[in-house]
Design a protein around this ligand. Structure first.
Ligand code: F6R
Length: 611
C-alpha cells in the first residue's frame, strides 16, 4: 500500500525512481510524485498513475543524483495533486514520502497549528514532516536526531524517506510496520518498498526492521535503532531475476500469473515432495514437529484470498490430521481478545508477508505464547521474519493485484503440511498417504492440461459479461473456492458476486435467482457430488443460468447446466488447486471484455499495509 523508491549515487536519479515506481504501482496508483535536489528542492507530483506524472514533467529540468518517489494508495485525503507525495516542509527545504498511517496526527496537527503552521494537504504525512522540522528547529539538532525524536512520539505505521536541501547526498529512511529494502551498490544505494526497483543494479539488499532508521549516502549506509545505537546491516543476496517481474509477452500480469501456475506449483513441490519414497521435506514443519504433534488446536489467520486458502486448509487438516482448526480474518482476530493458550499454533498465510492486520495479529499471538508458522510468498518479508517457522510458497513475484498463483502455491504448501503432520501423527493410513503424494505430484501437469482449454472460459465470459450479479456455490473443499471465485469476479470485473455453500443457498440467496442470474457451481467429482447435483436442479427449477466447473467424465451435470468447464480428475483434497483456475480465468476474461484495467482494478492495492 503506497510504493516508495529512493536513489542516491552518481547516476541520474529520475529515470531510476520512475522505473522503480512503475514496478511498485501494484501497491497503489491514485497519485504519483518525485522529489529531486538540483541546486534547490524540486517536487513534481500529480493525481493519477506514473504515466501521468511522466507526461506532466515533460520539459522540466530533472537533473539530480538523488531522488525519492511515491505512488499512492490514499488513506488521509482524497487522491488529488495536493495530497500526492512528496510533501515539503514549511521551510521548503525538506521533502518526505510516507507509506502508512500516523494515528495521532490530528493532535500533532492541532499543536503545530497553534504554533502558526499551516498545511497545504489533508495528509498525516505533511503533519509528520512539519513535526520533524519543528523538533529540529526547537532542539537545534540535526535532521537525523529530529526524525528519531519525532518517531518516538508518534503512533501508527510508517515507512518514510526524507531528503534535505542542505544535505544533498543523504536520504534518511525509517520503518515501522511498512516494508523497506535498501539495495547496496558500488558507490550508490537504492531504496524501495520491495526489491523490484533495484533488481538490475544490485543483488545485495538489506531488509530494514521495525524501529530502525537508515542514513543513506552514496558510499555509506548507517543503520541505527531509535535509541541511536548503531546496527550492523545484514546483507541478503537476492534470488530473483528481472524476467520474473516483466510481462513476458502476456497482455497482463494477471494472465501471465494464471498461466505460470503449472511451473509455480511445481517449484513449490520441488525438493519437498518425493512421492516415490513417501517423503515430504518441509524443514519449517520438521523443526517444529513436536509442537504440531502436540497441538490441541491450530488457528489460521489471513485476509482475502489467503483467508480462502486457510478455509481449504481447515477442511484438509481436520480430515487428515484430526487436529481442530479455526480460521480467522486477521483484522477481527487482532482486536477481539481471542483465547490463546501456550503451545497453540497460529498459521499466518500471506502472499506479500506485509499485510498489516495479519502481521499485528501474529505479533499479538506471539506475545501470548503461540507458535507462529508463516506461509508466505515474498521472501524476507515481515511475516516471514517474525514467524518461528514457516514455508515459502515459491510462486515468484505476484504483480497482478488479484492473487492467483500465490493462492495455488498456498494450497500446495498447506496440503504438504497436512500430509506430513498426518503421517507423523499416524492419522492417515499408509495407502492413502502414498496415493495422495502421487496425486499431489501430478497437479502441475493437470493444471497445464486445463489451461490448454482456456479459450472455452473466454467464450463463457463473453456470454455473461453483461450480468449485474452472480452467485458462486460449492460444497466441502470447493466451498472456499466458490468464495474465491466471487471475490475474483468482484475485484476484476466489478460485477457484484456472492460466494455461498451450495446447500446454504436455500436459506436466503435463492431469492436472487431469476432467469438472468448466472450461478457458478464448483462441482467437481467428490463425496458431495450427488448433493450438489440436487442444488443445481434447484437453481434450474427457478430458471437460473448454471455455469458448472466439473470433472472430466461427469455425465450428469452437462445435461443440467447451461455451460460447463471440465477439469481433470483429482482426489477431492487436491481439487481446489484445479477448480479455482477456471474461476480466475473467468474473472480475467469478463474484466477484459468490460474494459477493466485488470492489473490495477479501481480502489485496490496489492499489499495492504494499513489496517
Ligand atoms: C485478492 C487479494 C487480496 C489478498 C489480501 C491478503 O485477489 O489479492 O484479497 O489476498 O489482501 O494479502 P496477502 O496474502 O498479501 O496477505
Amino acid at each position: 500500500m503506497c510504493g516508495i523508491v529512493g536513489y542516491t549515487g552518481p547516476r541520474e536519479a529520475y529515470p531510476i525512481v520512475i522505473k522503480g515506481l512503475k514496478r511498485l504501482e501494484y501497491r497503489g496508483y491514485d497519485s504519483t510524485g518525485v522529489a529531486l535536489l538540483n541546486g534547490g528542492l524540486k517536487v513534481y507530483k500529480k493525481k493519477g498513475r506514473v504515466a501521468d506524472l511522466e507526461e506532466f514533467v515533460v520539459g522540466a529540468d530533472l537533473h539530480s543524483h538523488i531522488g525519492i518517489g511515491h505512488t499512492r494508495w490514499a488513506t488521509h485525503g482524497e487522491p488529488n495533486d495536493r495530497n500526492a507525495h512528496p510533501h515539503t516542509s514549511a521551510s521548503g527545504k525538506l521533502a518526505m514520502i510516507h507509506n502508512g498511517i500516523i494515528e495521532n496526527y490530528a493532535q500533532i496537527k492541532k499543536d503545530l497549528s497553534k504554533k502558526g503552521y499551516s498545511f497545504t494537504s489533508d495528509t498525516d504525512t505533511e503533519v509528520l514532516l512539519n513535526f520533524i522540522e519543528d523538533i529540529k528547529k526547537n532542539n537545534e539538532c540535526n535532521l537525523e536526531e529530529a526524525v528519531r525524536i519525532a518517531l518516538k512520539r508518534i503512533t501508527g505505521a510508517y515507512c518514510i524517506l526524507l531528503i534535505d536541501q542542505d544535505d544533498p547526498q543523504t536520504i534518511i529512511a525509517a520503518r515501522k510496520g511498512s516494508p523497506l529494502v535498501i539495495g547496496v551498490g558500488k558507490g550508490e544505494h537504492f531504496l524501495g518498498s520491495d526489491a523490484s526497483p533495484m533488481l538490475e543494479y544490485t543483488k545485495e539488499v538489506v531488509y530494514v526492521n521495525d524501529y530502525e532508521l537508515a542514513i543513506v549516502r552514496p558510499d555509506e549506509l548507517i543503520l541505527k535503532n531509535l535509541g541511536n545505537e548503531t546496527i550492523t546491516p545484514f546483507i541478503t543476496k537476492l534470488d530473483m531475476e528481472l524476467a520474473a517481474i516483466e510481462k513476458g509477452g502476456y497482455d497482463h500480469f494477471m494472465l501471465k500469473e494464471i498461466f505460470e501456475q503449472p511451473s509455480t506449483i511445481h517449484d513449490c513441490l520441488r525438493g519437498r515432495l518425493d512421492a516415490a519414497h513417501g517423503i515430504i521435506r518441509l524443514s519449517g514443519v520438521q523443526n517444529n514437529i513436536d509442537a504440531f504433534k502436540n497441538a490441541k488446536r491450530i488457528m489460521i489467520v489471513a485476509c482475502g484470498t489467503s483467508w480462502h486458502a486457510g478455509l481449504v486448509a481447515e477442511y484438509i487438516i481436520e480430515e487428515l490430521c484430526r487436529i481442530p482448526v479455526e480460521v480467522e480474518y486477521a483484522s477481527e482476530f487482532r482486536y477481539r481478545n481471542p483465547v490463546i493458550n501456550k503451545g497453540d499454533i497460529i498459521i499466518a498465510i500471506s502472499q506479500s508477508g506485509e499485510t498489516a492486520d495479519t502481521l499485528v495479529a501474529i505479533e499479538k499471538a506471539k506475545e501470548q505464547g503461540a507458535i507462529i508458522f508463516g506461509i508466505v510468498n515474498a521472501v524476507g518479508s515481515s511475516i516471514a521474519r517474525i514467524s518461528h517457522g514457516g514455508a515459502y510458497t515459491h510462486a515468484g513475484p505476484e504483480i497482478g493485484v488479484a492473487s492467483t498463483k500465490a493462492f495455488t502455491g498456498q494450497l500446495a504448501v498447506l496440503t504438504m503440511m497436512a500430509l506430513k503432520i498426518a503421517k507423523e501423527n499416524g492419522t492417515i493410513p499408509d495407502e492413502r498417504y502414498t496415493k495422495l503424494l502421487f496425486e499431489l505430484e501430478s497437479i502441475p501437469e493437470k493444471v497445464e492440461a486445463l489451461l490448454a482449454n482456456a479459450t472455452a472460459i473466454k467464450v463463457i465470459a463473453e456470454k455473461y459479461k453483461g450480468a449485474n450479479d452472480a452467485l458462486f456455490l460449492g460444497r466441502g473443499y470447493n466451498f472456499p473456492i466458490a468464495l474465491e471465485g466471487a471475490l475474483k469476479l468482484k475485484e476484476i470485473s466489478y460485477i457484484h458476486a456472492e460466494g455461498y455453500p451450495a446447500a446454504e443457498m436455500k436459506h436466503g440467496p435463492i431469492a436472487l435467482v431469476t432467469e438472468t442470474l448466472p450461478v457458478v457451481f464448483v462441482a467437481t467429482k467428490d463425496s458431495y457430488h450427488e448433493k450438489i447435483v440436487s442444488n443445481i436442479q434447484e437453481i434450474k427449477a427457478r430458471k437460473g443460468k448454471v455455469i458448472a466447473i466439473i470433472t472430466e467424465g461427469d455425465e450428469v451435470i452437462p445435461g443440467l447446466a447451461d455451460d460447463v468447464f471440465f477439469v481433470p480428475p483429482a482426489d477431492e483434497i487436491m481439487a481446489p488447486m484445479l477448480s479455482v483456475i477456471p474461476l480466475q480465468l473467468l474473472s480475467y476474461y469478463v474484466g477484459i471484455a468490460k474494459g477493466v484495467d485488470v492489473d490495477k482494478p479501481r480502489n485496490l492495492a496489492k499489499s495492504v499495509t494499513v489496517e
